[in-house]
Design a protein around this ligand. Structure first.
Ligand code: ATP
Ligand code: MG
Length: 392
């Protein structure tokens, strides 16, 4: 019965002059989302509202699921619209709507009319009370409750008349593309896909970099990262994934540095390389899935040591989250099942039994001097062999 959706957006409604930029971006992202669905749709903006109108048959659940991936949407309202053929006919339409959506007809309600077309013969107040009367007369078990109604029945008078009462929550946030771009360090784990999701939610477009170490890490481990990027791209739009071959750098560090510092020094090189790619591709920050104390390389001391190599801001949206909270989010965005597949990622192969948990920056830097002979060249080669995969 529903033939359209009214899209509610909260935060971007208050952005003054920037409002149009935000609304245009939101319309654009909604268009991408419905393109993935069967059927034909028109997405348009009118008087501070965005509508998705179906021009053909469509699958209601599929459309709602896809709209739920569009940041910036706070609510999705399935709408029935009818021609304006007089108030009496509208009364019949509203009763039909109630009969189909609330077949028990035993709810409390409030009518909330809005007259966007001012030449309609009744004012909003008049529509509210007249329509309330019609409903009460025809549905003996329904009652009016103006404070906390079960049903807020919206009637919007435009060229056509829109009826809706149900608001399905959207993901919130801001439309992707309104907040610049950042580079996500994407591993095959649970945390980094969630970190990317969280920053994208604030309107930031995401690129990603993955460090692999063939033959120590398998082709399947890489495929897993591509799959994770694809799952995240449902929310973020296409992701440019840079795959960097890290093997020679890793082996060289293994050869030249104390093994208990390997992870930290490796992480420092990952950050350096990620920052370089980020600078070259117009990103304004890096994103990682780190959270204080989760593992040895994420203590305050370790984070300080990895942070020290880059000047770009590093966004760590999970910094204060417990693992359980991160797992919950990854389940919500549907990356968990893929993240827990067992393939090795490049950090787990060479890890020491007892990695330093409180690295001393001066000592780390001292040991990095052991790498001076060849490291610049290795980094340059790794960057040159950057394999770009566009994931959508
Ligand atoms: P995740 O669950 O995201 O893998 P983790 O708990 O395994 O995180 P670490 O391995 O210490 O944590 O990595 C911390 C962060 O460093 C990751 O969240 C990710 O952003 C980045 N990172 C780690 N390994 C890689 C890699 N191979 N490629 C790209 N980024 C990586
Ligand atoms: Mg990991």
């Amino acid at each position: 019965m529903f033939t359209a959706f009214l899209i509610k957006y909260a935060e971007i409604g208050v952005k003054g002059k920037n409002r149009y930029i935000f609304e245009d971006a939101l319309v654009q992202q909604i268009k991408y989302a419905v393109k993935r669905c069967d059927g034909e749709f028109k997405v348009y903006r009118t008087e501070g509202r965005i509508y998705v109108e179906a021009l053909s048959e469509f699958d209601f659940d599929e459309v709602v699921d896809n709209l739920k991936t569009v940041f910036g949407i706070s609510g999705i309202c399935p709408v029935v619209y009818v021609e304006d053929e007089g108030f009496e006919k509208l009364g019949e339409d509203v009763l039909k709507y109630i009969g189909e959506v609330y077949p028990e007809k035993d709810k409390t309600f409030k009518v909330c009319a809005r007259r966007a077309r001012k030449n309609y013969p009744l004012t909003s107040m008049e529509i509210n009370s007249e329509m309330g009367g019609i409903i009460l007369d025809n549905c003996p078990k329904m009652r009016v409750d103006v404070h906390k109604p079960d049903i807020m029945l919206h009637i919007e008078i435009r060229e056509k008349i829109y009826i809706y009462s149900n608001i399905i929550p959207g993901p919130g946030g801001m439309p992707v593309g309104t907040g610049g771009k950042a580079m996500l360090l994407l591993s095959g784990g649970i945390d980094s896909p969630v970190a990317g999701y969280m920053i994208a939610k604030r309107g930031v477009k995401i690129d990603a970099v993955y460090f692999h170490a063939p033959p120590y890490t398998s082709e399947r481990a890489k495929q897993k990262v591509v799959d994770l990027a694809r799952l995240v791209s449902r929310y973020t739009g296409p992701i440019y994934l840079h795959v960097i071959n890290f093997t020679d750098i890793q082996l060289y560090i293994y050869e030249k540095c104390p093994h208990d510092e390997l992870t930290i020094i490796m992480r420092r090189y990952m950050m350096r390389i990620a920052e370089k790619i980020a600078q070259d591709t117009g990103c304004l920050g890096l994103i990682t899935g780190e959270s204080i104390g989760q593992v040895a390389s994420q203590t305050m001391q370790s984070l300080a040591a990895t942070n020290e190599v880059c000047t770009m801001p590093v966004y760590r949206p999970l910094i204060g989250f417990d693992k359980m909270e991160i797992v919950e989010l990854s389940e919500k965005i549907n990356t968990y099942e893929t993240s827990i597949l067992p393939y090795e990622d490049c950090c787990t192969i060479f890890v020491a039994k007892h990695p330093v948990t409180k690295p001393n920056l001066n000592i780390i830097k001292k040991h990095e001097e052991n790498l001076e002979e060849k490291i610049a060249e290795l980094v340059e080669t790794a960057l040159k062999n950057d394999e770009l995969i566009i994931v959508r």
